[in-house]
Design a protein around this ligand. Structure first.
Ligand code: PNS
Length: 188
């Protein structure tokens, strides 16, 4: 099809920003804001079943993003399976990934080249967040929250609240579990 015949929708530059977002941090949100300014449309693609077991369910991870992201040209979706297959379905050829430090490079380089091998038309572009977010990671945020630390400066308020709820529930779960174990021991 010639360019003239392509519909305005087809000519839109759609980019996909995939990730686990477990939970989304201000670093992720910074990359979303920057990407939304560069591309006509941005799909934030939240992986349903990441390799690493997530703390938050897929609906919780999507909710945090939906409640926080305000840009009109950003859509938050979940996906399963190969990223390139999701991209084909969405007619998108650009993957956005955030690069915080040199330590991210090897993993990102490997993923970019593998995705290109799987689908040669796809390009990965890397954006750097503001330097104030370069050291944050969802993993560290979860560790701090689980140990009772303050994560307000790293994640949006809804994620902070949800992390607190997870901690409360896990305490309750542990208490109930040890009470049950004690009862079993006493009745032996
Ligand atoms: O936030 P993350 O955990 O670094 O994101 C990793 C993600 C989701 C982008 C990556 O694991 C992925 O694309 N998974 C989908 C399965 C797939 O396509 N694997 C081959 C990628 S090279």
């Amino acid at each position: 099809m010639s360019n003239e015949l392509k519909s305005a929708e087809d000519r839109k530059k759609t980019a996909v920003y995939p990730g686990s977002f477990d939970p989304a941090t201000y670093g992720h949100l910074d990359i979303i804001t920057r990407s939304a300014k560069i591309f006509d449309k941005l799909i934030v693609a939240v992986i349903s079943n990441p390799n690493k077991k997530p703390l938050f369910s897929i609906s919780e991870r999507v909710k945090i993003l939906k409640d926080t992201v305000k840009e009109k040209n950003v859509e938050i979706l979940s996906f399963d399976g190969l990223l390139v297959n999701f991209m084909k379905k969405k007619n998108a050829k650009i993957i956005v990934r955030g690069l915080r430090a040199v330590s991210d490079f090897e993993y990102e380089f490997q993923m970019a080249l593998t995705n290109r091998k799987l689908h040669p038309e796809i390009e990965t572009v890397f954006l750097t967040p503001s330097e104030k977010w370069t050291y944050i990671s969802s993993t560290l945020v979860k560790e701090i929250a689980s140990l009772g630390g303050n994560v307000r400066c790293f994640v949006p308020p809804i994620a902070e609240q949800m992390l607190k709820t997870k901690k409360r529930n896990s305490h309750r779960g542990h208490r109930e579990h040890s009470e049950k174990k004690n009862k079993e021991f006493i009745t032996l």
